[in-house]
Design a protein around this ligand. Structure first.
Ligand code: CTP
Length: 405
């Protein structure tokens, strides 16, 4: 797991070196970013020596340097910790000010945020700072400290950087909380399959792959070892996740099948085509008045995996429906012998295929139903994984073929 440690310009900046070292000792990869004021208190070289990686620095990139560093630096990280955090930096975060490489990078990261403030007591208790902290807390940021004690300015009061031990424990706790899928191997399929009808044409569908990718990313964040099996995607596959291409339904079946026995869960979010062409000509078919194409039914991946699954494996499928969505979804859950099904209404253009948002109904084999409101696919992914985690850890998998509690 990787954490971004942002060091800002406080006398307590030297303690960030100890924080970095302790987090590395915990087995984390620590990537350090420093504001230019932080560099006045402690040299980047200290962190580079500790972490073995270059520090992400404040100035905007010079010609020849990575131009998109503020976007790419945080990719692969699970959490950002600002320690020590000055009043100025807290103010920037709360008010969306992105005036240097560090604030821009944090804003673009979308990472869960932990903030350990360090400043004079009067500054800490200033209404502007209090309001900025409230704003960030309302957005989900977690504040660690400050504690009370002798401050660098000679005052005694609240504003001292929290103990290094307490900061690192809070970081670990935060990462652990989200790691309920640790040790699990999960196969996630995403995107739409394409069935060739000649060497240049295919029959495909409108799946973008965004939902499957959101699930794969969220599962990795929660500690799972994920293999993403991708059909055609409208978006780039995520960096740092093992991704295998499988364009046709047959190839997808092959790739899932090769990994299924060793997996704890299979999440079939790909829109797998129902048919393939009986015969694919070797050359491009020229224009003609009519073209009859014979389609043959594809093998069903979920049904085949379900038949050979062992006790405790969880299979989650999707249903993209336009009418009678719950009834059809429930019927599909039973017909394909899944543990849970995620149903979405593809007749709506504001959600589902291609969209960044979704609204779903989950039904489990035990008959539990969970409906969501319309929300970002990343949030939907967490809800799907909450349900899956319960099935995996609770042994609440399908009757007949496996344990049913
Ligand atoms: N699926 C599969 N193998 C296939 C087709 C679909 O494993 N050959 C999976 C999908 O990934 C999805 C679930 O089955 O998780 C339901 O897909 P859907 O296309 O809705 O199911 P179909 O059985 O094809 O039903 P319909 O007749 O509605 O197309």
């Amino acid at each position: 797991m990787e954490i971004i440690l942002v060091v800002t310009g406080s006398i307590a900046a030297y303690k960030a070196a100890d924080i970095a070292r302790r987090l590395i000792d915990e087995g984390l990869k620590v990537s350090v970013a420093m504001t230019s004021n932080a560099e006045k208190f402690i040299a980047p070289l200290t962190f580079e020596a500790l972490t073995g990686s270059p520090v992400f620095r404040s100035g905007f990139p010079l010609p020849g340097e990575e131009p998109m560093g503020h976007i790419t630096f945080s990719r692969g990280a699970q959490l950002a910790l600002v320690a020590p955090a000055t009043a100025n930096f807290i103010g920037k975060l709360a008010n969306g000010i992105a005036d240097d490489n560090i604030s821009t990078m944090l804003m673009a990261s979308g990472l869960p945020l932990l903030v350990a403030p360090a400043m004079n007591e009067k500054m800490y208790n200033h209404p502007a700072v209090k309001q900025n902290i409230d704003t960030l807390e309302q957005r989900g940021a977690i504040f660690i400290g400050p504690s009370k004690g002798a401050l660098a300015c000679g005052d005694v009061g609240e504003g001292k950087l929290e103990d290094v031990e307490a900061i690192t424990s809070r970081v670990i706790e935060e990462l652990e909380l989200k790691r309920d899928l640790r040790g699990l191997k999960i196969i996630v399929t995403a995107g739409g399959t394409r069935e060739p009808i000649d060497p240049v044409r295919f029959i495909g569908n409108r799946s973008s792959g965004k939902m499957g990718i959101a699930i794969a990313k969220a599962a990795v964040m929660r500690g799972a070892e994920v293999c993403l099996i991708a059909g055609a995607l409208e978006v780039d596959p995520p960096e740092g996740i093992q991704t295998v291409k499988a364009e046709t339904a047959e190839k997808m079946l092959e790739q899932v099948s090769a990994r299924f026995d060793g997996a704890d869960a299979l999440i079939m979010s790909a829109a797998v085509g129902d048919y393939h062409t009986a015969h694919v000509p070797t050359g491009k078919v020229g224009k003609k008045e009519e073209w009859d194409i014979k389609l043959v039914k594809n093998r069903d991946i979920i049904s085949e995996m379900s038949r050979r699954s062992r006790s405790g494996q969880v299979i989650a499928g999707f249903a993209a429906e336009t009418d009678d969505i719950e009834k059809r979804g429930r019927e599909k859950l039973l017909r394909k012998n899944m543990d849970m099904i995620v149903i979405n209404d593809v007749s709506r253009s504001d959600i589902g295929f291609g969209s960044d948002e979704n609204e779903i109904t989950i039904i489990t084999r035990k008959g539990e139903t969970r409906k969501t409101s319309k929300m970002a696919k990343s949030d939907i992914a967490e809800i799907i994984l909450d349900c899956l985690a319960r099935l995996v850890t609770g042994g609440e998998t399908v009757s007949g073929r496996k344990v049913c509690k």
